[in-house]
Design a protein around this ligand. Structure first.
Ligand code: AHG
Ligand code: MN
Ligand code: MN
Length: 342
């Protein structure tokens, strides 16, 4: 007779998975485990809205402009508030950083401060919201540097190499949560009937043979010589060019997710003709760094064209960076061509 514990077909919820990972760290207190679970809960709430977006007055703009100079969409606002409200009172965080807020968001005085900092892009790919195209949430978790009290700017300005955890939630044809605490990358799919994220993609590794490249080729004439040559290489200009297909969603989380599973490279370089954004478009702290952490955990690599994204010490909160991310040999090829041609 087979006993219950030997029976195959274990249902691995995200809560159980995070708990089991925590057991590898005897010193862990369980706070990070609970924080990740709070983020997963926020993902479920946001997912429930995105699938009804066309029906529940959540499409369109709020009329406000955010710190980045971008129009704030209603779904940006909803997701931003959801993440904040599920995390402000738990005693696990010392501060939050949102794409939508100029300064670090303090924990209200009536609640205790904790030891982590949560940085997040509530909705990544906002320009796609009104067209029923997948969007995501990207998050990064740092341990605070200061010892106690409210979190400071110093706590929020840390290089990706210090990350305690990172991940994203993708609101696509199904909702997925992909995360890492530095022990590989694991993907979960939301079972809407059960209301739980269940492990569907354990231990994700970027395949050796890449399949796709992703960039906004509409800007090609605005890129540097090195990036233009990299693009030619991807398009098959050289004998040893890989045979890649082009896919560009315009939601970084979605483009990254495809290339993580299928192999490939995403890049968003400097626009040489836009002096207002000399460092490209994407934000280091809550877009590039967390995804770089996942890429490296899956055997890939991320660079700003000259150095590893994870090594960059941010100087300001909403610092932008050029980004090349995905299969390691492709990202290194970009670095090589940028080194040679600028
Ligand atoms: P966000 O919606 O958080 O502002 O981020 C949008 C980013 C990223 O998701 C995407 O890859 C890129 O902007 C698309 O920009 P382009 O429309 O310039 O290609
Ligand atoms: Mn974004
Ligand atoms: Mn955003």
């Amino acid at each position: 007779m087979i006993t219950k514990t030997e029976e195959p077909g274990q249902i691995m919820t995200i809560e159980r998975h995070i708990l089991e990972e925590q057991r590898h760290h005897p010193e862990a207190t369980g706070v990070l485990t609970q924080l990740l679970y709070d983020i997963a809960l926020a993902g479920k709430v946001i997912a429930s809205r995105t699938v009804r977006a066309g029906l529940v007055e959540i499409l369109g703009q709020t009329g406000d402009i955010n710190v980045q100079g971008e129009m704030v969409q209603k779904l940006d606002r909803f997701a931003d508030l959801t993440i904040y409200r599920l995390n402000d009172h738990t005693g696990r965080l010392a501060a939050l950083v949102s794409e939508e807020d100029q300064y670090p968001i303090p924990i209200p005085e009536k609640y205790p401060c904790g030891k982590y900092i949560l940085l997040y892009d509530p909705i990544d790919g906002s320009s796609n919201i009104d067209y029923n195209i997948p969007v995501g949430t990207i998050f990064a978790v740092h341990r605070r540097i200061t010892a106690e009290g409210p979190g400071t700017l110093e706590d929020t300005l840390q290089p990706g190499n210090n990350l305690a955890a990172a991940g994203y939630i993708l609101y696509g044809s199904s909702t997925m949560l992909v995360y890492s605490t530095g022990q590989g990358v694991h993907g979960f799919t939301l079972d809407p009937q059960v209301g739980e994220f269940l492990l569907s993609h354990p231990n994700i590794r970027i395949p050796d043979k890449p399949a796709y490249f992703s960039a906004n080729l509409g800007y090609r004439s605005r890129w540097s010589e090195g990036v233009a040559r990299f693009t030619d290489y991807l398009l098959g200009a050289e004998a040893e060019s890989p045979r890649l297909s082009l896919r560009y969603v315009g939601s970084l989380a979605a483009d990254f997710h495809r290339n993580l599973l299928a192999g490939g490279v995403y890049y968003y370089p400097v626009d040489t003709k836009d002096s207002k954004k000399p460092q490209g478009k994407l934000r280091l702290a809550y877009e590039a760094a967390p995804l770089a952490f996942l890429a490296e955990q899956a055997g890939g690599y991320a660079s700003d064209g000259t150095r590893a994204i994870l090594e960059i010490q941010p100087e300001v909160l909403h610092q932008r960076t050029p980004l090349f991310i995905g299969s390691r040999p492709l990202v290194e090829k970009a670095e090589e061509l940028i080194r040679l041609h600028g």
